[in-house]
Design a protein around this ligand. Structure first.
Ligand code: HSE
Length: 437
């Protein structure tokens, strides 16, 4: 039986999980692959810390370059993270005609197109199932299982930290800062949480998924990104009253000449299954022309769920090697010469419904003033809600609009802010209706 040699770069949480699965599931993986998956060498700057696994004959070294240069190693697993060292090592590994498996969404989102080209030039595979949604098989679903579909849209919860925080605010009425502290205490949020809570991690994943879903190059820079720092219990409470939940969604939709690619807190009807994805869980709903809606749900992070996804890539590549094929599935799901340059719709051109909450002065004419400005800007109001929760002479006024253009809404809000009718910045949350069944 053929032996496939594997090298891991980076023995952190995910790298350790991959090593564990390769060691502990050796027999199962051999039965399923038809080859022996041999973890030959691991490189990490720390070779002494006890990771709680028996590495057996596997060599643990600080010499990453040695792994890349080793002619016996077929597959390199990059679990270092970040965009500098990891990028350098992946490029060198691809140069050496090694197949590469990575979970590094930030790197793929920023440099994925170059890495894909490099892999093509070297005739090797670049696989990244673990980069989006942890163990959810979203990459394979888009590239393989749904291959006969035009994907109309995807809507996804792809950041467990944000979803945990929003769930906490929703369940306990906690302020954002308290919910963040709680997430940090539980290890869901980093000490420096910006990558997660400001939406960037979700945007990285959306850049990858949009490419696979719509056959376009990976485009991170044009994705509209907003995080969840400004979400308050008051908004979640209003949303619930109207039959909605607030989730940080990644939305990717194809239109005739452009795609939508946006990450922002979104009000979704409670009838949408994504509204019930709580805690640190991830989920994605894919709306495709032959299938209708398909939903995946699972752990988006964590040692073993992420390692499970990495192993699925390793086995794919190993199966290719033993059957004498390479690059059987195109890296971005479409043959390279069919990857289209599809522009991302400017946010100002978006049409959707809006939840607007103002801190309004409680005196006659204020509502008329606000709704007058909205009307002058072509924005039609579906409903108005004013609650008697007066504080410092101000009352929260909530308006739900009919479908309006983002540019009109932003212009109207600018004009409303210039009046003395409201204080502070209004809260703006876009509403996303459930896609068809
Ligand atoms: N930090 C991510 C999250 C997991 O909170 O979901 C890794 O992508």
């Amino acid at each position: 039986m053929k032996t496939i040699n594997i090298g891991i770069l980076g023995l952190g949480v995910v790298g350790t999980g991959v090593a564990r699965l390769l060691k502990e599931k050796k027999q199962l993986l051999t039965e399923r692959t038809g080859a022996v998956l041999n973890l030959k060498t691991i490189a990490d700057i720390d070779t002494t810390r006890d990771r709680g696994i028996d590495l057996g004959a596997t060599v643990l070294t600080t010499d990453a370059q040695g792994i890349i240069n080793d002619p016996d190693i077929h597959i390199i697993v990059e679990t270092i993270g970040g965009e500098t060292l990891a990028r350098d090592f992946i490029l060198k590994a691809l140069d050496q005609k090694k197949h590469v498996v990575t979970a590094n969404k930030a790197l793929l989102a920023s440099h994925g197109n170059d890495l894909v080209k490099k892999a093509k030039g070297s005739g090797v595979d670049l696989a990244f199932e673990a980069s989006c949604g942890g163990c959810m098989p979203i990459i394979k679903s888009l590239r393989e299982s749904l291959v006969a579909n035009h994907i109309r849209s995807l809507a996804a919860i792809l950041n467990g930290t944000c979803n945990y925080i929003l769930t906490k605010i929703s369940r306990d009425g906690s302020a954002f800062e308290d919910a963040l502290k709680d997430a940090q205490a539980l290890g869901y949020a980093e000490a420096e949480p910006s990558l997660d809570i400001d939406g960037f991690d979700t945007a990285h994943k959306l850049a990858i998924l949009n490419s696979l879903a719509h056959g376009m190059e990976i485009n991170l820079k044009d994705i509209h990104v907003e995080g969840i720092r400004h979400i308050t219990p008051v908004d979640i409470e209003f949303a619930r009253e109207f039959g909605y939940a607030i989730k940080l969604l990644a939305i990717g939709k194809i239109h005739d000449r452009h795609v939508e690619a946006r990450v922002h807190p979104t009000m979704i009807p409670l009838s949408n299954p994504l509204a019930h994805v709580d805690g640190s869980m991830n989920a994605v709903v894919i709306d495709a022309d032959a299938t209708g809606r398909t939903m995946l749900y699972g752990h988006g992070a964590g040692m073993m769920p992420t390692a499970s996804a990495v192993l699925s890539d390793i086995v794919d590549i190993a199966r290719n090697i033993i059957s004498g094929t390479q690059r059987r599935v195109p890296i971005l799901g479409v043959q390279d010469d069919h990857i289209r340059p599809i522009p991302i719709l400017a946010m100002s051109e978006l049409h959707t419904r809006y939840y607007l909450r103002f801190e309004a002065q409680d005196h006659p004419g204020v509502l008329a003033k606000i709704s007058g400005i909205l009307g002058e800007n072509n924005i039609s109001i579906e409903s108005v809600h004013q609650k008697g929760l007066k504080s410092n002479g101000k009352v929260p006024v909530v308006m739900i609009t009919h479908t309006a253009k983002e540019a009109w809404v932003q212009k109207a809000l600018g004009e409303i802010l210039k009046t003395d009718s409201v204080v502070g910045d209004p809260m703006v949350i876009r509403i996303e209706e459930t896609a068809r069944e």
